[in-house]
Design a protein around this ligand. Structure first.
Ligand code: G1P
Ligand code: ZN
Length: 564
């Protein structure tokens, strides 16, 4: 038995953001930085684990935590720089914490949705994902760690708050003394002291789950015909999953998945599936002789971008289209319980929910807010404007699931992506939509902008700006209908009488200064006016945002750094 206790001191700033703790790699490489956070997770989810080791710190920091002693933990990452080293540390600390078994992806690779799938399938008490999602990787890029709970979803705020509290008082961590690294390359079972370490194929269980949801025969038929499809894994985690699903199982030609080998620095790219960063895919889909369908996913595989030939589907529209077409998919044929979207996501899905006569829930930004609704059976589909879509099949957003959903619809309807979306707009109206990001803003100036606008909110209703009049303005607060927990300060909303909407909030995932996000939405029911240029339609809303929030002044920028 060789559990070593190492004295440590708190590192400042280990507060999990929208999706776990994200920092530059160099921050994670500081002595004890990762260890402190991992121990804080284990202490937070454990009463007796810490008590089982003599001289250890005591006690559970919240009451309802399952005791992980002897339980299974799932561990994997998106393959970015520092992943392998970090996984070795997590395994040795899990052994010291008393876990019974760890399931770890081969080569240390697991997508975020695959982790969620494994936790649920094997009854794990939780999982650790090593990823900074869509942030760039490499020695000068970012690294991250997030904890998922037993339902497979991101830890709720009560848990992340407990973890953060623990990081501020930690004085010791425990690790299994072992010099030889665990071999992660071979699938099979090894032991690390008393801990059973099971290296699993990263794609098996996830791919199997997908076969239970979608009409694989119909999709196979589509992909083996004239239909041309390209999926961009952006040199991140979804490469092996995309090859397995689309090429091996569904018979799409080899090379359908591009940039399919995960690289530690994502090939120098920014693994964020949007029109700016997935530019090679965009050039193909908007170029000569373009494929019928294109998709991309992010660093850890939970995001997706959907493109048709010469056509971009906004994530908000994608959620609405999936909901409206759920009957084509075996798993959802019986109907949807409800739909949830994050507050800044456009209201396109609301109209579908209304048409279907089901509930629509508006939650704060971040997937963790969907967990309770999914667990309670209140919703079946969820989505965020930030290229995230998912369902009750797991408790994370799921990039390749969304691609399969689209393929299933395309296989059933045999229409182009553009036709399907335009028909959708004719039925429900179009929600023109864009998000303007101002990255790397000085933090104090970003706070001043938000404070200034917050103070003006009460006076805005009734005010006119050109042709528009403000109907309501508030700071979004959410009360979870399942557990009654409240989350305030979730973004400033300005709703106009015309139905258009502006939202401003600060990012909770950035690692450099502050990122201001401005979300713009305009509703157009008139079918004759549904094919206008998005920027033109939204320009009056941009002008209102500038007037009420003085964005140029506070950000010291003339224009956003990224528009999605
Ligand atoms: C961003 C997105 C949010 C998403 C999160 C994690 O968070 O806006 O929708 O859930 O990444 O992928 P933000 O940086 O805005 O806090
Ligand atoms: Zn992600």
């Amino acid at each position: 038995m060789s559990i070593v206790e190492i004295a440590t001191q708190p590192h400042a700033g280990q507060k999990p953001g929208t999706s776990g703790l994200r920092k530059p790699v160099t921050v994670f490489q500081q002595p004890h930085y990762l260890e402190n956070f991992v121990q804080s997770i284990f202490d937070s989810v454990s009463g007796s684990v810490s008590g089982s080791v003599s001289g250890s710190v005591s006690g559970s920091v919240f009451d309802s935590a399952p005791d992980p002693k002897g339980t299974t933990l799932v561990v994997g990452g998106d393959g970015r720089y520092h992943n392998r080293a970090a996984i070795q540390t997590v395994l040795r600390m899990a052994a010291a914490a008393g876990y019974g078994r760890v399931l770890v992806g081969q080569g240390g690779i697991l997508s975020t949705p695959a982790v969620s799938c494994l936790i649920r399938k094997y009854g794990a008490s939780g999982g650790i994902v090593l990823s900074a999602s869509h942030n760039p990787g490499g020695p000068s890029g970012d690294f991250g760690i997030k904890y998922n709970v037993a339902n497979g979803g991101p830890a709720p705020e009560s848990v992340t708050a407990a973890i953060y509290a623990r990081t501020q008082e930690i004085s010791v961590y425990r690790i299994w003394a072992e010099d030889a690294p665990i071999d992660l390359e071979r699938v099979g079972v090894t032991k690390l002291g008393p801990l059973v370490v099971e290296v699993v194929d990263a794609t098996d269980d996830y791919a199997q789950l997908m076969t239970t949801l979608f009409d694989f025969d119909a999709i196979r038929d589509l992909l083996q015909g004239d239909f041309r499809f390209c999926v961009d894994a952006m040199h991140a985690v979804t490469g092996p999953y995309a090859r397995r699903l689309f090429e091996d199982m569904l018979g799409a030609p080899a090379g359908t998945a591009i940039h399919a080998v995960p690289l530690e620095n994502f090939g120098g790219g920014h693994p964020d599936p949007n029109l700016t960063y997935a530019h090679e895919l965009v050039e193909r889909l908007f170029g000569e002789n373009a494929p019928d369908f294109g998709a991309a996913s992010d660093g850890d595989g939970d995001r997706n971008m959907i493109l048709g030939r010469n056509f971009f589907v906004t994530p908000s529209d994608s959620l609405a289209v999936l909901a409206a077409n759920h009957r084509y998919v075996p798993a959802y044929r019986a109907g949807l319980a409800g739909i949830a979207r994050s507050m800044p996501t456009s209201q396109a899905a609301d109209r579908v929910a209304q048409g279907l006569g089901i509930d629509l829930y508006e939650t704060p930004t971040g997937w963790k807010f969907f967990g309770n609704l999914l667990d309670a059976g209140r919703v079946t589909l969820c989505g965020e404007e930030s290229f995230g879509t998912g369902s009750n099949h797991i408790r994370e957003k799921d990039g390749l699931w969304a691609v399969l959903f689209w393929l299933n619809i395309l296989a059933a309807r045999r229409q182009s992506v553009a036709d399907i979306v335009q028909e959708h707009w004719r039925t429900y109206g179009r929600h023109y939509y864009a998000r303007h990001d101002y990255e790397g803003v000085k933090s104090d100036r970003a706070e001043s902008l938000m404070d200034g606008l917050r103070q003006r909110l009460a006076g805005l209703p009734g005010q006119r700006f050109g042709a528009e009049e403000v109907a309501y303005a508030d700071d979004f607060a959410y009360t979870d209908p399942v557990d009654g927990s409240c989350s305030a300060g979730q973004g400033l909303r300005i709703g106009l009488v015309s139905g258009s909407r502006l939202v401003l909030r600060l990012s909770g995932t950035g690692t450099q200064g502050a990122t201001l996000r401005l979300y713009l939405e305009a509703y157009e029911p008139d079918a004759q006016r549904q094919n206008l240029e998005v920027g033109t339609v939204l320009a009056p809303l941009v002008a209102i945002a500038e007037e009420v929030a003085q964005i140029r002044h506070y950000t010291e920028m003339e224009r956003p750094t990224v528009i999605t």
